[in-house]
Write a protein that binds this ligand. Structure first.
Ligand SMILES: *[C@@H]1O[C@H](CO)[C@@H](O)[C@H](O)[C@H]1NC(C)=O
Ligand SMILES: *[C@@H]1O[C@H](CO)[C@@H](O)[C@H](O)[C@H]1NC(C)=O
Ligand SMILES: *[C@@H]1O[C@H](CO)[C@@H](O)[C@H](O)[C@H]1NC(C)=O
Length: 502
């Protein structure tokens, strides 16, 4: 969407935040080493309840240790060796590089500790028509897992998979390769998770019934805001260490204006003012693709007859005008498929067939910068061509999308012949390299239960974990003057956030 950047302000504050963060981190690390060496023990000024030293030390250890044994590396990094590393030749067994180990939380050692509110079922599984027995709030997932409705609802089902994963983290036999574990004591948690199925609430309960004043979706959001802001956990941090899933671009439309200090898990920032949500504080999660994975894909450059494929609504409001422009530019190209209509019913079957028989798949900004189509293309191993200047991509801090996607600026794409010349200039070798990469990364976009190491659920937890140090720094800074304000217990003040702080 258009007006996302508040020109100077956003850039300035991001830059200064970043350099502040870098400088502070370096100073902190230096002093840490100094203290360790001179005192030979742990300094007393570090608040152990807040700072999981094990996590910090694990990161430092990993970067200092130059020889870890092979098993260790394979087990902890696995296919993620593609992350942050584009050097190996396709086909070669991926090798873990030092920088990969440093930049990724070593989840075999330390998982993110997550405290989950025991919200009443009406906020989560109750929305799936699950009925609690007695005073229980959660389903017993060892016996039966409440089903999520199929169809297009599933695109935004991220909340469901993350919640199931936390519930299952309590059973020891499901612990392998896990990015997050549920803890029952919020003082021990790295983050506080809010289990509201906001996208489902939007999809199912946005209508106002004749005898109601407000939709159930609105009421639930109001209730959530009163509940959260009354919790000691919220007051302790002003909400900053809270994780709230709002994947559907229209979910949490009301509550987000109140809950914005929290970390949101979103599809994109298209409908958010930059001070409410932004890439520094929030996490972008993939859509759950609706097209099935292309298992045993033995296709190749020559066996995919269509050069470029697009299916979607052609005429869209807002940023979608480019679809229309492209349609007129491409409609006479022989090996281009450009079709109208959304991916429903028969549409899914046709789109599956279409994407699997195409070399490249167009992903054009619609009424939001992101769309499910990108993840459908990845699952179909159809090299995505992304024309969406404002798009933010999942895990991009550790994943280099240029290895398996083509990016074209909107202003270039609508120039006569530009797009087709570009696409045609990509030869068989280059395409095949990207196609192989797609097969390597596709698991990062799989939502499943039980979750497996390296799938979307684990990747999202790891993305959340990477935000924890900066949350902690903001919290500590906010407490600097707590005593001067006359609060005896600085840990429980509810401080004011400056407007436009993030
Ligand atoms: C670890 O991976 C390397 C290749 O990256 C392989 O040669 C080695 O056998 C693997 N070790 C184990 C224990 O799987
Ligand atoms: C929760 O953890 C904190 C810090 O580790 C500890 O002081 C407190 O006693 C714990 N509370 C309970 C109920 O175990
Ligand atoms: C790693 O990726 C390869 C494809 O490059 C795939 O065959 C293999 O199953 C993946 N391994 C895991 C553990 O996901």
């Amino acid at each position: 969407m258009a007006e996302r950047n508040n020109p100077a302000l956003g850039i300035l504050s991001r830059k200064s935040l970043f350099s502040l963060f870098t400088v502070t981190s370096i100073v902190f690390l230096l002093s840490w080493f100094f203290v360790l060496q001179s005192a030979g023990g742990r300094p007393r000024f570090i608040d152990h309840s807040l700072l999981p030293t094990s996590k910090l030390l694990a990161t430092l250890d990993a970067s200092n240790r130059d020889s870890r044994n092979e098993d260790d590396v394979n087990a902890s990094v696995g296919n993620r060796s593609i992350l942050m590393d584009g050097e190996e030749e396709p086909g070669e067994a991926p090798r873990a590089k030092t920088d990969v180990k440093c930049s990724l939380p070593d989840n075999n050692k330390v998982a993110l500790k997550v405290y989950m509110y025991d919200l009443p079922p009406e906020f989560h599984f109750g929305l799936l028509d699950w009925k609690a027995k007695g005073n229980g709030v959660w389903p017993d997932i060892r016996t039966k897992i409440p089903d999520y409705p199929g169809g297009l609802n599933l695109q935004h089902s991220i909340e469901y998979w993350l919640t199931l994963d936390l519930l299952s983290s309590e059973f020891a036999d499901m612990l392998g390769g896990r990015g997050a574990v549920r803890v029952r004591n919020s003082s021990e948690a790295d983050v506080i998770y809010v289990p509201f199925f906001s996208s489902l609430s939007y999809n199912r309960y946005s209508k106002v019934n004749p005898h109601q004043k407000k939709s159930k979706n609105k009421l639930l959001q109001e209730k959530l805001v009163s509940y959260l802001t009354a919790q000691p956990e919220w007051k302790r941090s002003g909400g900053r260490d809270h994780v709230i899933v709002a994947h559907h671009p229209n979910s949490m439309l009301d509550a987000r204006m109140m809950l914005w200090p929290a970390m949101f898990i979103l599809a994109d920032f298209g409908r958010y003012p930059p001070n409410i949500a932004n890439v520094d504080k929030d996490v972008i999660a993939p859509y759950k693709h609706v097209i099935r994975n292309y298992v045993d894909d033995t296709s190749g450059f020559d066996s995919r007859p269509t050069l470029l494929y697009f299916q979607g609504a052609i005429y869209r409001k807002d940023g979608g005008y480019v679809r229309q422009e492209l349609f007129y530019l491409l409609k006479n190209e022989k090996d281009v498929h450009f079709s109208f209509g959304s991916v429903r019913k028969d549409g899914v079957r046709k789109a599956t067939q279409g994407m699997r028989s195409s070399k490249f798949c167009l992903n054009i900004a619609g009424d939001t910068p992101s769309s499910n189509r990108l993840f459908d293309a990845i699952a179909s191993h159809c090299v995505p061509v992304i024309i969406s200047d404002e798009i933010e991509l999942p895990y991009e801090d550790v994943l280099d999308y240029s290895q398996f996607c083509i990016f074209v600026r909107t202003s270039d794409a609508i120039k006569e012949n530009f797009l087709m010349n570009y696409i045609r200039s990509i030869g068989k070798d280059e395409w095949t390299r990207m196609w192989r990469r797609l097969k390597e990364v596709e698991d990062f976009y799989e939502f499943r239960y039980p979750s497996k190491d390296g799938d979307a659920v684990q990747m999202i937890w790891q993305a959340v974990a990477r935000k924890v140090p900066s949350i902690r720094m903001k919290l500590h800074k906010s407490r600097r003057f707590a005593h001067a304000l006359g609060h005896a217990d600085s840990r429980s003040i509810s401080f004011q956030l400056p407007h436009n702080f993030w």
